[in-house]
Design a protein around this ligand. Structure first.
Ligand SMILES: *[C@@H]1O[C@H](CO)[C@@H](O)[C@H](O)[C@H]1NC(C)=O
Ligand SMILES: *[C@@H]1O[C@H](CO)[C@@H](O)[C@H](O)[C@H]1NC(C)=O
Length: 333
């Protein structure tokens, strides 16, 4: 089902995932984006009782040793199924038809999820959506991505894409989009749903070498032209990764410079892969809350590869965009 783009980039730059379902023009809606710049103000969201918190995990402490290949159990490539509902902010983007999973995303308010622009935008015409709101839904509180109750699924009311996103032609910069759900997840209290804290600002991002966690329902094997169904897990998988400096990442990218608005992880031992796109890279704060660090954007090579990297949208860089997008959305009602 995965379509791998013909890779013209020097080092086989492959998108995490292109939808196998191509948008019919008539069904596409144009993206609206009144949102301007990426200057980051220092705003904080109000403490929300739905903010996900967990017991302190030693793997995330600043002092934790960087996970080595065998230390952490081998998803995501090289990961394991995570404890069910441990990360209640994790939601899945699926086509309504067939509940076909194509991207991950994170709840940042009870009504909004953050994902990557490339999950929803047409590859050639950036004004169009590849997966318009009426064709997709968001699965909330899932461990298995094919839950047995419809109760997990939420309609998407609106999609707001960063207006500067130009895909591969611009190095996948501005790879961010905000989706508004048709109903608040609070309306279904039986679901195990939570929200994730947005980062404070770029200066507070996890420093190079520290451990961050990535989760998703993406491929557990390197991307190939024909990954068998068994490479796509049903259960939510996760693994820990080491943050790279952007400089190191640029060196690994062989010529496509990594911008300040991106953050990379070392994909030598474990990696995110197709289907993990848009999903969260996160850490845990001393309070036990989880903080969103990145949105899976693109990979180099086949996902997992020695001396290679996976690139994420650096969320701290887009706080002002997120704030403005949320405000624009609430004005539209
Ligand atoms: C890690 O913790 C130990 C003991 O608390 C301390 O001595 C050491 O300096 C810390 N290392 C780093 C890199 O923070
Ligand atoms: C993925 O592909 C790379 C490059 O071909 C290879 O070195 C690596 O071993 C592969 N990893 C897995 C898990 O198959």
């Amino acid at each position: 089902m995965w379509i791998v783009p013909a890779c013209q980039y020097p080092f086989r730059l492959v998108l995490f995932l292109f939808l196998a379902i191509v948008c019919q023009n008539l069904m596409c809606q144009t993206t609206t984006d009144p949102v301007e710049d990426d200057d980051f103000g220092d705003f904080t969201f109000d403490e929300d009782p739905m903010m996900a918190t967990g017991p302190i995990d030693p793997a995330f402490q600043p002092n934790a040793s960087v996970p080595t290949p065998s230390l952490l159990s081998p998803a995501v490539i090289g990961g394991n199924p995570v404890k069910p509902h441990k990360y209640p902010f994790m939601v899945g983007l699926q086509m309504r038809e067939g509940n076909y999973h194509f991207c991950g995303d994170s709840l940042i308010t009870p009504m909004h999820v953050l994902t990557a622009a490339h999950c929803v935008v047409h590859e050639e015409n950036y004004r169009k959506l590849s997966s318009p709101a009426n064709l997709i839904h968001v699965g909330v509180g899932m461990h298995n991505r094919l839950p047995n109750s419809r109760n997990h699924y939420f309609d998407v009311k609106r999609i707001l894409v960063h207006h500067k996103y130009r895909g591969q032609s611009n190095g996948f910069l501005y790879d961010i989009a905000l989706l508004t759900l048709g109903t608040s997840v609070r309306r279904r209290p039986s679901l195990k749903a939570g929200i994730i804290r947005l980062p404070a600002g770029p200066a507070n991002d996890p420093p190079p070498q520290t451990a961050v966690r990535g989760i998703g329902w993406g491929l557990t094997k390197n991307i190939t032209k024909n990954n068998p169904e068994s490479d796509t897990p049903l259960l939510l998988m996760g693994a820990d990764f080491r943050v790279l400096t952007n400089r190191d990442c640029t060196r690994r990218a062989l010529g496509s410079p990594i911008a300040a608005s991106q953050i990379c992880i070392d994909s030598s031992n474990r990696a995110v892969c197709s289907g993990d796109s848009g999903g969260p890279l996160f850490r845990q704060l001393p309070s036990g809350q989880y903080e969103l660090v990145g949105l899976a954007s693109y990979i180099m090579g086949q996902c997992q590869q020695r001396e290679s990297a996976n690139v994420f949208t650096r969320v701290s860089h887009y706080k002002q965009w997120i704030r403005t997008a949320l405000a624009a959305d609430s004005r539209q009602g």
